[in-house]
Design a protein. Structure first.
Ligand SMILES: [Zn+2]
Length: 273
């Protein structure tokens, strides 16, 4: 197929274009982050030493996630149910609304589903507007249930295109498996799930705000490595206190999420001294 290797074949349609480009990017980045990574590994190793009571401990690959979680919770008494109490699903959707308005001047609201349009009673449908023009529709099917598609993903159902004078609006669906609840109005998300929701919403918005002559060029129908860019940028907002303080409020008291809690979520364990 005219390729030197499987990686050559896989990378060719992407913006990176060749495995050499990917390799040099990885090597360059690894050089940049190595001092920080060494510092973090040392902090984890010290923590393991303290916990095990042994003077000499090696850090095994499986230790990293285990001790990191322990360090986070011991640094700030982080309890995942306390964190989740600030991230009720309707509040998180409000947060996305806030972002969409301030970034793009766009807005959205929920619309009723027609008979037989929905595949489950938990599915929400929203319409996005920009400058009073309809941009498209988004289905949100976020909570886990038996027999559901596993994992989290954005599905571009219909791409934008101009059919002579007719404008065909896009339709996308975000399908996730959030574990907290089976009901969208009462669900509370873990912080990881908030990041996932923001990530998938970034993909969905990439589709909905796109305007192309042909549907197969619209939205996320681009080189795979570029398709992950808007979603990754959006995911960062879930970690930024300037954003989370605007929507993350305690489900019963309405208290805004404390800054300290967000700092702990950001991995404050490394700087705990
Ligand atoms: Zn993605």
């Amino acid at each position: 197929m005219g390729c030197r290797s499987y990686s050559d074949f896989m990378v060719k349609p992407n913006m990176a274009s060749s495995p050499d480009v990917v390799m040099s990017f990885l090597l360059e980045m690894s050089k940049m982050i190595k001092p920080k990574a060494d510092e973090e590994f040392k902090a984890i190793q010290d923590f393991k030493r303290e916990k095990s009571g042994q003077r000499c401990v090696d850090l095994e690959p499986w230790d990293e996630a285990y001790y990191k979680a322990m360090m986070r919770s011991s640094a700030s008494n982080l309890d995942s149910s306390v964190v989740a109490s600030y991230f009720a699903l309707p509040q998180c959707i409000e947060g996305l609304k806030m972002l969409v308005e301030s970034l793009f001047g766009a807005t959205f609201h929920s619309v009723p589903l027609a008979t037989c349009e929905s595949w489950h009673p938990d599915v929400l449908k929203i319409i996005i507007y920009l400058f009073h023009g309809d941009m498209g529709y988004m289905y949100l099917d976020l909570n886990s249930r038996a027999g559901k598609y596993p994992g989290c993903a954005n599905f571009a159902i219909k791409g934008f295109w101009l059919a002579f004078v007719l404008v065909i609006l896009q339709v996308v669906a975000i399908v996730c498996n959030f574990a907290g609840s089976h009901n969208s109005s009462t669900a509370r998300l873990s912080h990881g799930e908030v990041g996932t929701l923001f990530h998938e919403f970034g993909h969905a918005l990439h589709s909905l705000l796109s305007r192309t002559d042909y549907q197969h060029f619209s939205g996320t129908r681009v080189a795979l490595d570029f398709a992950e860019m808007p979603s990754n940028l959006f995911e960062y907002y879930a970690w930024d206190y300037r954003v989370s303080r605007g929507f993350a409020k305690h489900y019963s008291t309405g208290e805004v999420i404390p800054k300290k809690l967000v700092e702990s979520l950001q991995g404050g364990y490394v700087c705990r001294n």
